[in-house]
Design a protein around this ligand. Structure first.
Ligand SMILES: Nc1ncnc2c1ncn2[C@@H]1O[C@H](COP(=O)(O)OP(=O)(O)O)[C@@H](O)[C@H]1O
Ligand SMILES: [Mg+2]
Length: 283
């Protein structure tokens, strides 16, 4: 398998990306975090962004989230060039970002967290209406939350991630960006979050999944975009690419100790049919 980029979306019907990044560069002082990066995001598709520490994944997310402006390059939304100067503008465009820290208020219940800081067209929803909408939303996501009046502090890691993702849907986005949503989760909770990601895709959303865990990527992503040292280093349909090819693109080497160890672990985890907790590139 070649490490060169595929024509994006080559396996599916012809469609237009909802978001299209072209030649995105961003430096922090002398550090070139992103160097001429291209990325397309399609509706109804999960695209995983993978890469080693420092590859530029979070910087790319922050540009889409309106946290940092790019130094150069263009962002198009449904074919029209846009700028994303602020988080508010990112949300207005229809991009919802769930950052790794989730930013939930532990002492508040699920309903309050879902609607925190939201003003619906200048109107505040009453409690009853918010509770009803919370249940509807969580049901659509097949979320396993015992009660919407539970304080978020008493929920499991997977349930908290679910609440954070559900909250991102209140603004009816076209794209949801998840930064390492399973990094802190055990096996069962990870499965719950991966199911949730499938629900998002079924709803026709574009999903961007930042992940270090190749088992998760291969379980749920349709496409994987590899960043290495701030540059594109491969864009693959997951169905067409092996674990070893993804790792080789991440490390920039097809035969070194890291690649060999990683592929040995992959073989081990396939043999026992389970999830290898050490399979990620870092603990
Ligand atoms: N706010 C910042 N100030 C200075 N350097 C940064 C900042 N954010 C990221 N970087 C640097 O940019 C590079 C890419 O980082 P990042 O996007 O966080 O990578 P990743 O998320 O893939 O680990 C790294 O070298 C990192 O140290
Ligand atoms: Mg990061």
């Amino acid at each position: 398998m070649s490490l060169q980029a595929h024509p994006v979306g080559h396996a599916g019907p012809v469609r237009d990306p909802v978001i299209s990044l072209r030649g995105i560069s961003k430096s922090f002082g002398a550090v070139r975090a992103l160097d001429a990066v291209d990325l397309d995001i399609f509706r109804g598709e999960v695209v995983a962004i993978v890469g080693d520490n420092g590859a530029g994944k979070s910087t790319l997310v922050k540009i889409l989230a309106g946290v940092h402006p790019q130094d150069s390059g263009t962002i198009s939304f449904d074919g029209s060039e846009v700028s994303i100067p602020s988080p508010a503008e990112s949300r207005t465009l229809g991009l919802a970002t769930v950052f790794q820290d989730l930013a939930l208020c532990d002492n508040l219940d699920v309903v309050s967290n879902l609607f925190l800081g939201r003003e619906m067209g200048g109107l505040t929803l009453d409690e009853e209406e918010m509770e009803k909408r919370s249940w509807e939303l969580l049901q659509q996501l097949s979320a396993k939350i015992p009660s919407v009046r539970t304080a978020v502090a008493s929920l499991s890691g997977g349930q908290r991630q679910t609440v954070a993702i559900a909250r991102s849907l209140i603004g009816e986005p076209s794209v949801v960006i998840l930064d390492e949503p399973t990094a802190a989760l055990g096996v069962a909770q990870t499965a719950e979050v991966l199911n949730l990601i499938e629900r998002l895709r079924e709803r026709g959303l574009g999903v961007v999944l930042i992940s270090h865990n190749m088992a998760d990527v291969q379980a749920v992503a349709d496409r994987v975009a590899v960043l290495r040292l701030g540059r594109n280093n491969g864009d693959f349909m997951v169905a067409d690419v092996s674990y070893e090819d993804i790792i080789a693109a991440i490390t920039g080497a097809s035969d070194n100790a890291v690649t060999r160890r990683a592929s040995a672990q992959a073989t081990g985890s396939r043999a026992d049919g389970g999830r290898n907790p050490e399979e990620g590139l870092r603990p």
